[in-house]
Every structure is written in C-alpha cells, then in structure tokens.
Design a protein around this ligand. Structure first.
Ligand SMILES: [Zn+2]
Length: 283
C-alpha cells in the first residue's frame, strides 16, 4: 500500500511537471508599466510564442488587439477606464488552448478639481442643441466601436508641444452643481499654431461639432483613435491617410471653448485614455 502511494505520487509529479513545463514554455508574456493610474494605457508583450496563432488578451470585458513584432513576438495596447477602482486586476492572455493570467496594479490616484462659473445658457442646452448633441454622440459612438486594421507605427506623439492647461481626468464642477469629467487634455496654443497627427492613420471625421467645434478624428487601427478639437481650420479631409507629424489643422477656439487651445483625446477600445500616459508607452 505504501509503495503504491509512492509510485502514484511519482507519476502525478511527472504529469504535473510536464503540464507546467509545457504551459510555462508555450509563451512568455509581460505587461508594462506594471503599475498604472485609472485611465492609463499599457503594453502587453508576448514573446517566445511557439504557436503561430495571434494571442488574445482581455480585461474588464474588453479585448485588446495584438500584432506581430517579430519572430514569436506579439504586442497589444490595452487600457483601463477612469472609473477603475484601485487594486490588482487580472489580464487574461491566451494563445489557442494555452492560457495565463497577468497582474496589473491600479494605484489610488487623485485627479484635480476645478470650479467653473458659466452663464445658464451654456449649462442648459436648448431642445434643438440637445438634439444635435445626441445625434453627434451617436455618430461618435459608431466611429469608436469600429475596429480597423493597424495603421499606427511606433510611439504616439503629442500633437502640440506646449504646456498643459487642463489635465486628463480633471473634475469640473460647474456653477457648484453640475459635474463633468475632462476626458482628454487641454494644451495651450495660439490661434493658427500647427496641430500634428499623433501617429499614422486614416481621417474618419473632420467637421464642426457642437461641443468640439472643428474636430478631427484619426483612426489608427486596432481600436485606437486620436481626437483634436476646437481647431480654427482643417488641413485634411475625411478619408485622407495621414502620417505621424503631418499637419492636420490649426489651433483655434471653435465650439464650446473660451480661449485658443487644443483639446486632445485618445480612445483605446472605446476607453478614454490619458494622452500623456499613452504617448509615454515604449511602442
Ligand atoms: Zn478639453
């Protein structure tokens, strides 16, 4: 009986060894940075993949898109929303039948608060304006839910290299009542300063919106979009293919804006992402 147990445990150990050995060596995966704030982007990198299938990675019901970065190497850009609670989240990564979990730490982050006083008519919209905003929101939703082929290449850049006037995630309290969260960053700029494409992509929108004024949206593929608002004028048209650094328009104060500046936004799989963390990724 004693011998049988020993033999049994030996076989179990051998089986376990093979199982863990094979799974551990099916691929390597890492996330960087390991610690982020709510609204930040991160990179998931798979290396040493022995299976010729694209990996899959998901977190909080969102799936991130991988592309090749060489032999057995795959890279994806992921993000967590501003509403994410601090703590450790688990990214599930798989290639075919092989699965693994990756930890990602979300730190407790305090975003700035700003008090604003605006005239009543700027806070409460007329019925006609509300209708226009709703229909524009519908169109934007359709754009951001579309996943195209990858066009981005290497690091993303900020479209205008000036100081920030309002940070991403700033909580704006309007007339001590209405709360709105700033879902992009505002960059200071003089009227007419050049605004550059953050990366290569396709222009999917270049028109005047109620809040954004003259707005450009570039689809970089794999669910990544960059948004440029309040432009004085456009230098591109819808469907144009742009390269990183191309001048797409000029700083202005169109739409709901009280002074010349650029509102710059980033979306990753429909998540509003901090443009500063996004441009800092080592892609
Ligand atoms: Zn803004």
């Amino acid at each position: 009986m004693k011998i049988n147990n020993t033999i049994l445990s030996f076989f179990v150990s051998v089986l376990l060894f093979f199982f863990t050995h094979i799974s551990a060596h099916a691929f390597q995966v890492e996330v960087s940075p390991y610690e982020i704030s709510p609204g930040d982007a991160f990179i998931i990198k798979v290396t040493d993949a022995k299976i010729s299938l694209l990996p899959d990675a998901s977190l909080n019901g969102k799936t991130f898109y991988f592309s090749s970065c060489g032999e057995g190497c795959f890279i994806a850009v992921g993000a967590v929303g501003l509403e994410t609670k601090p703590g450790v989240c688990t990214i599930q990564v798989s290639i075919g039948e092989k699965k693994t979990n990756l930890d990602l730490a979300v730190r407790d982050t305090r975003f700035p608060t700003q008090q604003l006083t605006l005239p009543r008519e700027k806070v409460f919209l007329s019925r006609a304006d509300l209708k226009r905003v709703e229909s524009e929101d519908e169109r934007l939703k359709t754009i951001f839910e579309t996943i195209s082929d990858r066009l981005w290449k290497g690091k993303f850049m900020l479209p205008l290299k000036n100081d920030i006037s309002t940070k991403f995630g700033t909580k704006r309290i309007i007339n001590k009542k209405k709360v709105s969260i700033h879902k992009g960053m505002d960059i200071k700029g003089k009227k007419g300063e050049e605004v550059k494409a953050s990366n290569s992509g396709r222009v999917v929108l270049a028109e005047e919106l109620f809040f954004g004024g003259n707005t450009v949206i570039i689809d970089h593929g794999h669910g990544i979009y960059t948004i440029y608002m309040h432009l004085s004028r456009f230098n591109i048209k819808p469907e144009d293919i742009v390269l990183k650094g191309d001048v797409i328009g000029f700083v202005g104060s169109t739409g709901r804006s009280s002074n010349s500046h650029l509102h710059f936004g980033v979306k990753v799989i429909n998540i509003n992402v901090n443009p500063v963390s996004f441009a800092g990724l080592g892609l």
